[in-house]
Design a protein around this ligand. Structure first.
Ligand code: SAH
Length: 258
């Protein structure tokens, strides 16, 4: 039963934790954690960040790694409110940025429906930060005038129609949650005549066991299998990938074969 303790001032902070490296949290994020009564944290957030919260703060893992069904979104929403009403400041720590495929707005909306005030502290989204850490810019004068960030896995289990449209554009295309769908996504680029388009996959960007594969649309699926890439990983399609030093060896291999 959701019931408020009258001495408590409930509030929720939706906090972006960044892509994994704990030093990529913002200063504002550190300050929010320092005043947390409760921290609800996700699978893709670094547990080292919990050390910024007071020792007596309640820390609850509410992750939804694939295969785990411990916390539905409804259960997380309800927990967040129950903790806010009973303990005060709840920091909802989410991977990357809370509003980039993070379901952050659903949590904001739920809290607001209980009149619990919400602040949002943006985080470094993996969609831009992980390519940047590899020194792959998402835009570059003369190569890419825009970038798309698309989910590879839509709610109906199909790949998004946006991927077909993006594949026909000159934009840099970053796909999150797309590793399992990579074969279908690569087919979409091939159907657009983009076999030779540079493509990269980054596993666990900014964290331990970070791995980068640089290739072309034509060979990316085989390379990902060879290197046994695991989630979390993101896909980058676009001419900007050719700026990475290892792309030179991709071209050299290609020249040797043909
Ligand atoms: N809100 C997050 C994204 C959540 S969706 C953000 O802004 O980054 C989760 C997906 O993000 C993963 O399936 C993966 O595609 C990507 N992702 C998150 N962290 C990552 C990392 N460190 N390295 C590579 N991909 C990552």
């Amino acid at each position: 039963m959701t019931q408020q303790n009258i001495h408590i001032v409930p509030k929720v902070t939706l906090l972006g934790a960044g892509p994994g490296d704990p030093e990529l949290l913002t200063l504002k994020g550190v300050k929010a954690l320092q005043t947390a009564n409760v921290v609800l944290y996700d699978a893709l957030t670094n547990e080292a960040l919990l050390d910024y919260a007071p020792a007596q703060a309640i820390k609850v893992y509410v992750g939804k790694r694939s295969g785990e069904h411990s916390h539905s979104q409804d259960a997380i929403n309800q927990l967040m409110i129950d903790y806010a009403l009973n303990y005060g400041h709840v920091v909802r720590l989410k991977g990357g940025d809370p509003f980039v495929f993070g379901r952050g707005y659903e949590e904001l909306d739920f809290a607001v429906s209980y009149n619990v005030p919400v602040s949002v502290i943006p985080g470094v989204s993996s969609s831009i930060g992980v390519p940047a850490l590899q020194q792959i810019p998402v835009t570059h004068r003369g190569l890419s005038e825009s970038f798309w960030v698309i989910t590879g896995t839509t709610t109906n289990g199909q790949i998004s129609d946006d991927i077909y449209q993006a594949a026909n554009s000159n934009a840099t295309v970053v796909v999150l949650m797309g590793l399992k769908q990579l074969p279908k996504i690569a087919e979409a680029f091939k159907a657009a005549g983009k076999q030779q388009l540079p493509a990269a996959v980054v596993q666990n960007g900014s964290a331990e066991n970070e791995k980068l594969i640089v290739s072309t649309v034509e060979n990316i699926v085989a390379r990902v299998q060879e290197e046994e890439i695991q989630a979390p990983a993101l896909l980058i399609f676009g001419e900007v990938v050719s700026l990475h030093p290892s792309f030179k060896s991709v071209i050299a291999q290609h020249a040797a074969i043909s």
